[in-house]
Each structure stands twice: as structure tokens, then as C-alpha cells.
Design a protein around this ligand. Sequence first.
Ligand code: PRX
Length: 677
Amino acid sequence: MSDLDTPTSYPLHIHHHDPNAKYDPPQHLIDNAHVKSFDQYQQLYQLSVKDPEAFWSKLAEQFHWESKPTGQFLNYNFDIRKGPIYIKWLEGAKTNISYNMLDRHVKNGLGNKVAFYWEGNDPGDNGKITYNELLVQVSKFANVLKKLGVNKGDRVAIYMPMIVELVICMLACARIGAVHSIVFAGFSAESLSDRILDANCCALVTADGVWRGSKLLNLKSIVDRALEICKDKGKPVDTCVVVRHLTPFENSNGVYTEDSPDECPVAKRPCTKLKISWSPERDFWWSDLMHDASEYCDPEWMDAEDPLFMLYTSGSTGKPKGVLHTVGGYMLYAVATCKYVFDLQPDDIYWCTADVGWITGHTYVCYGPLGNAVTGIIFEGTPFYPDAGRFWAVIEKYKVTKFYTAPTAIRSLMKFDDSFVTKHDRSSLKILGTVGEPINPEAWLWYHKIVGNENCAIVDTFWQTETGGHVITPLPAATKTKPGSATFPFFGIVPALLTDDGKEIVGPGEGYLVFKQPWPGIMRTVFNNHERFEITYFKKFPGYYTTGDGAKRDEEGYLWITGRIDDMVNVSGHLLSTAEVESALIEHEAVSEAASGETFSDDLVKELTAAVRLKIGPFAQPDYIQNAPALPKTRSGKIMRRILRKIAVNDRDIGDTSTLADESVIDFLFKLRPKDA
Ligand code: PRX
């Protein structure tokens, strides 16, 4: 169960909370803001949904387009009854996103501006890179990729820690038109190989290893196992590039030995003596390849609708789906949402704590901030290392102005004494964002009062891997916020709430959250499986994009996301399908139907937990496993997960059970439920 439900000692003053209490935008933001009032938001919003071309073409002017669109500015079909679903923005226009993130700013005289500060896992370990330097590194690595035989349209898998090379690699792919497919470096070898195989990647870029807090991860050994699986399945990956992040300088094979030096000559930090193995015909050190690569690489001019990247997200059948985003629309949307939602200004120090392995990192660590030419932070560590004040220490160190993290992090941090926060100077902060799951008002208020000193706008941003960027969100100088509400649609987004039989709910009410028309950042397809795209998002309610989330609208029109209404669970802000976890569990012999066991012991719980870690990754391991000798099923044999969910949170209000084959199962499961879970 999530940490939301564990007892905490919340400060007294935030116990009683009025759900309609509203928080004004901070005065200090308003004068200089891009959108200064709710009226102005509404005017722009109306234009954005009534005349998308007028609205988005204005925003597109800041970018370099090598040529103009040849077709319609927006061309789409959202209605599966009328034919296949398609969405095309700026079709025929040519551009390159790496050019717009880098060359454009360098040409505008911003070359010496810091693009990223890098803050390592250890507080003493840090670095920075300017826009000029980033352009050089990206061009060099783009040339490296070309030399390795990577072509436009090829997929490149990336399995890397939060280091600058990760962003260099993404942009290098984008520069030559290769499609990056990043796999969060917390996924297991098996999950990594699944994704490499599905995307048919021709190369993989990784690092030797990484420290995450006090835990050491040997990434190269996970990669070795993943590539072994690919080979066994008849689809070997010929090229693996390895960034030397932890290991000391090479002997002749480039591999750590007893004689290797104790200090890493690259990063001047103590070396981790990580043993890695090496396949000389397949593995290359990043530094060797970069050594004599040319610093110039002409960008590949891409069609706006060419693929930029794919990123896997859980699917309710258990098999992850490769969400595909394209160059032009994604660029427009990432840069626009980042600009307006964080009200970006030239002197901002912007920090999104998400790992680039998730969509939040793609859009709001890499493309959004770079496109706006601000200074960002790439953070390798965790919120708890060396102590629970790390976030606030980093904010103090770099004088962060805009900060973006997840409710799960906020909830864990608020359990510690407030002095972990207050001993650090946070006076630079102006906007605090959250994303990933509904934020409970207690956590919102703690974020606002303790972290933000009641002086920052809180932006609770709802969106998905599929949406590319924020879709329901306040604007910091325009929207009065209510703790727990993601408030109103971003530009171009037309939300609706539907009843189960597809009727639009007008006014206050609760229903399925859907969108009525496309915005530039919406995904275009599921890689190699357009049918799955149509079925997942467009079939249940023809004419709408279905988010899979529920939401309610209050009397004042505020939207409150209530969470997933399909078989997906949100684990620390990351979606997992129950089917994915179940299929990991079901392989254990004691599990007849995931969630039910014959002998239920502590050892079994440990084995099952380990099975999930191995199959999916450590982040997915269940906090709690309940014995369930029987499951609530319909007469046709379908497990009623809605009821399991209620049992998990000890909610007896389970609604209609008339389709259940055996109602007594419910009482039985409630009785088995431990008191403290
Ligand atoms: O259920 C919603 C939840 O996260 C899901 C999307 O997960 P993912 O594609 O992994 O992307 C997470 C980061 C964008 C959504 O369907 N979610 C995300 N943000 C919020 C949220 N739920 C409530 N409030 C949010 N602000």
C-alpha cells in the first residue's frame, strides 16, 4: 500500500482543511508573468481551443523551421467509427529538436549560459555544462552514433543514470533522427530486454554503474544479462556504449583490475571498484569513441511528424506499450507547457527531480527547460541521502527558483522533522510543482507552508506519458489553487467527464476523464501496434481520447483527479498494470492465481517480493502482500478488482455486488485483512 496510508505526525495546524479554501497566486509572480490573470488565461484558452492553428503557430515562431508545413496545420481523426485514428500537426514542416534546444540559443548569444548543473549522488560531486559545451558534446556523440552505423529512424536504447551523458545521448539521437527509447535504470534485465526487443533497438547506451543513495548498482552487469536474453531470442544487439562513470581508468581491456588507481581520473572522486565484464566485439567505452569524434554535425532535418522518441508505459494487458512521440508537436508542447506552468524567466534555476527514464524527465528535465534556454539541474541522488534534507540543501546550493517533484517524495519527506527543511535557505523558490498522482491536501499544505514558506505558487500538474506534457494544471500567476485539485485545462486541452455509457456530465459531477480534441504533444501511436493505440485510448468512448483516470468537477469548475479506473496501479508516481505484477507473481508455484496462496508464510512473502523485483525492478516491489485464498469473481470468472481495491483500503462501501458468483468471499477477505495495513 502506498505511503499515503501510513500514519504520520502531520503538523497540527494543517489538520482541518476546508476543500474549498483557495490560495491566491503570489503577488511577486504577477508583474512579470507570461499569464498574469485568470481572465488572460481564459482568453488565451478560448483561442487555443477554437483556433488551434492561430494559437500554436504563434508559439511555433520562436523555433527554427527549415521549411514550412506542406499540408494542414492540424489534421486528425479522433473518432474510430469514422476510420483509423490519426493526429498530425505541422505535417511537412522540417526541423530538428536538438538544433532548437542548442544551436538556436548559441546563435542568440546564450552559448556561455549554463545549460545544466550536475549534482551527483554525493554532495561534493558536481559539475556543469554550458549551452556551447553541450552543443559540442551532442555533435560529437551524434557523429559517434553515425560511425557506429546508427541511421535516421533506427531505435537506440538508453539505460543510464542521471548524468549529463544521458541528455547528450538523447539529443545526439535526435540530431541524426534516431529514435531514443530510454529505459529507467531501475528496471530489471528482463524488463530491459523486453523493451529492447519490442523496439528492435540497434544499439544500447549505458554506464558502468551508479550509486543511488548508499546502494550501488552495477548497470553494466544488468545490461550484459539483458543483451544475453536478446541474443538467446535471436535478436542480438551489436553495439553497447558504456560511459565510465564509476570505475577507474582502464587496463588494456578497459576493465577494472587490482592495479587500477583509487581515484577516478575523469571525475576526481574516489573510485568504486566495480567489477564489470567486457565483450570487446560489442562493448565500447564512451570516452574512447568521443576522443576523436568531430565537433560538428549537421542536424538531420526531420518532418514534424517523424518519430522523436518512444517510451514504454504499462499496459493493462501486462505487456508494456511503446508510446511514440513525434518531433514537431512534442517540441511545441514540451516547451510551451514548461514555459507557462513554471512561468520560466531567463534567470531561472529550474529543477525537476524526476529521472529522465520517465516521461517527466524527458519533458521537464531535458526538452522543456532546454527549449526555453533556462539553467536546469540534473540530480543523480535520492531525497534521503546523505539525509532527508538533501532536496532543500540542493535548492540552497544552486538557488533554485522553480522546483518540481512528486507527491510520494513530499509525503515521505514530511514525516521527518521540519528542521530538515527549515535549516536550509529556500528564499530563492518561487514555484513548486507536483506530478505523478493525486496529492493529498495535507501534503499540499506542508509543501506550501513548510517548503514554500507560504510564498510560492503550487502547481499540481496532471498528465501522462501519452500526453507528452501537462494537460490539467494551474498557471502559477493566474489560477487560484485548491489543495488536491489540478484545477483547469492547459491551452489546447478540452476535457470532459463521461458517464459509463458515454454521456457528457455537464456541471459538477464525477466520471471518466477524456479529451475531446488533440493537442500538439499527444502520442501518435503505440510503436508497431497502432491497433492497440486505438483500442486503448479511443474505443471505449468513440470520439474522445480516454485517459483511464477518473475525475470530478466541483461547483466552481475545478477538476479533481480521483485516480485510475482501469487495472492500473500507481506506484510512487509510476504506472504499473496489475497484470504486470501478477504475471511476475504467478510464476511462483505457491501462487495459483496471483494474490492467492496455499501456505502463507513470511518466507513466501519474501520470495514473492523478490520475484517482482527480479521481473520488473526494485521500484515495483509490493509493500504488502495479503493472503487471499479466494477472490471475488463474477459468474463468468472475471476477478472484480474494484472490490480488491476497496478491501485494500478497508472501505466497506463496495457498491454493487450483484454480479459476484459468491458474495461470502468479500467478508472472508475483509476478515483476513490485518488491522495495521
Ligand atoms: O493516474 C494519473 C497519474 O499518473 C498517470 C500517468 O502516469 P505516467 O504515464 O507514468 O506519467 C506520470 C507523470 C506524468 C495518470 O494517468 N497522475 C499523474 N499526474 C497526476 C496524476 N494523478 C493525479 N494528479 C496528478 N497531478
